[in-house]
Ligand binder design. Sequence first.
Ligand code: SAM
Length: 320
Amino acid sequence: MADPQRAHVAPTSASGGGVSRPGCAEPRPPLLSVILVGQRSLTQQRHGRFVAGSGAHPARMAPDLAAALICDHTQPGELVLDPLAGVGTTLVEAIHADRNAIGLEYEPGWVALARANIDLARRHGGTDHARILRGDATRLPRGMPGELRGQISLVLTSPPYGRTMHGRVEHRRGLLTRFHNAYSHTEPASADPGNVNLAHRGRAGLIDGITAVLAGCVPLLKPGGLIVVVARPWRRDHFLVDLPGQTIQAGLAAGLNLVACRRAVHAAVRDGRLVPHHTFWQLSVARASRRKSMPVSLIQHDDIAVFAPNLNAGCRGWSP
Ligand SMILES: C[S@@+](CC[C@H](N)C(=O)[O-])C[C@H]1O[C@@H](n2cnc3c(N)ncnc32)[C@H](O)[C@@H]1O
């Protein structure tokens, strides 16, 4: 792992108040394997940038992570696609960084919130060229306007993952209750591999779905374009579930080349020490494992796979 003190820290607003527009550092620093994205809390990162209700989504990307990846892998004016857009974090950060953006999302409720978030980002002075469409990303490039073929500079996305790790908890009124842990109001009864929402499939169906999504993005990429997938591992019954590794396998099965592996560490550097931002669920699982004498580490990172459709394209900005 790279020296965290040297790691690229996403641009920050120390105050956390008001709406920050981090933008991209110029000149751009060389890319490093490790991105520190916990210098600000998630609340500070999202403050004023997303409309009420967005917090109900169970698996949003950290805004500073989306911003860092967009700045690292695109130039102003280029087009970013998120085919699994949720409430539109990647689109919002693209807008704030003066990139153009388009997203696809299957659940109508998240589509409506993503649209409202795009409008809010525009009102804050970002690019005007952004939109969200409702559709099934496993059928891409179907569903995308024909004129976008060969126009996308960066696909930036994250698949749904580990439902056992989702949701917020409330315990001040006695018993611990869990909320905001569902991808839709109407969850199908079974984890059928044919469910359109990948979150409602079993693992094999999820990986098949990710493969289809990635393969469908390829015709949309412009020469030199990249596909960046953020995926988080988790533990189930004390064992590591390697969604990042399976995501890489999905990319390879989709005919992509893996050009870089990066890692986003959700921790702040304070007084020369890393202070982790873990979730309640990750901490519970780690503690339960340790009680059973399994000395597991607390997961506080996302893995980032950078793919290109062909190796000659390389990885823009990347100097390993
Ligand atoms: C991990 S979440 C993305 C969250 C997003 N990055 C954000 O910060 O809001 C994955 C999203 O993919 C959506 N999704 C799942 N299957 C889909 C499909 N077949 N087509 C389009 N969207 C899908 C889910 O509804 C979910 O909102």
